[in-house]
Design a protein. Structure first.
Length: 222
């Protein structure tokens, strides 16, 4: 029987903490511009937002986890209560820059799962017609990282036409959808962040932990 009190804990009063990752190192990067647009919207909705700059992040396994950029990324991921992943679509898929960032975030560190129960919004930019390949792949990764991926998403087609000379997104249905996504992410984050430990409490993991505890007790009695 679900514990209704655990599902409705007292709401935290601090600002929702959101981390944004984007997947391009280009000098003119539309995924970066979309990330900054999302940052402005999320801050407008009352969030504390950090945007991770992937420049200088080594390829997975190219450097030890002690590398400063890896440590920065992991600390930001642990700090966050929700995340936004923004990738260009390249050759019908997310970019290697985007995937590398996610690959550097561990699924588990000891008994801690750094992304489990955090909310996630996914967005992509395309150079041509609208596509949903990258956001669909990001959803798969979000599930693998045990995150709560919100229903809404954003795919900006012909992104080079959607930003002005100052790097701001022009008024359009694409912009309206970005607003929708950011607003929905804030709502889901506020709704789930305090109940996350209960929502992600699993029978199989409790059983496994109980078996380990029983084994430790048996070893001590020898």
């Amino acid at each position: 029987m679900p514990d209704l009190r655990a599902l409705r804990p007292a709401f935290s009063t601090h600002k929702p903490r959101i981390l944004i990752l984007y997947g391009s190192l280009r000098e003119v990067s539309y995924s970066r511009l979309l990330a900054f647009e999302a940052q402005r919207l999320l801050e407008h909705f009352g969030c504390e937002v950090r945007v991770f700059d992937p420049k200088g992040l080594p390829l997975p396994d190219e450097a030890p986890a002690s590398h400063p950029k890896v440590q920065e990324l992991r600390e930001l991921s642990e700090w966050s209560e929700g995340q936004v992943w923004v990738s260009p679509e390249r050759h019908g898929a997310m970019t290697g820059v985007m995937k590398s960032q996610i690959d550097w975030i561990p699924l588990a560190v000891g008994s801690v799962r750094p992304t489990q129960g955090k909310t996630l919004a996914v967005m992509q930019v395309s150079g041509g017609s609208q596509s949903f390949n990258a956001v669909s792949q990001l959803r798969i990764l979000g599930r693998w990282m045990r995150m709560i991926t919100i229903p809404n998403q954003s795919s900006v087609a012909k992104a080079f036409q959607e930003f002005d000379a100052e790097g701001r997104m022009k008024p359009s249905s694409f912009y309206d959808r970005v607003v929708d996504v950011c607003e929905e992410l804030v709502k889901f984050t506020i709704l789930t962040r305090d109940a996350s430990p209960y929502l992600t409490d699993r029978y199989s993991e409790r059983k496994e932990e109980a078996a380990k505890l029983e084994q430790r007790v048996s070893l001590k009695s020898i």
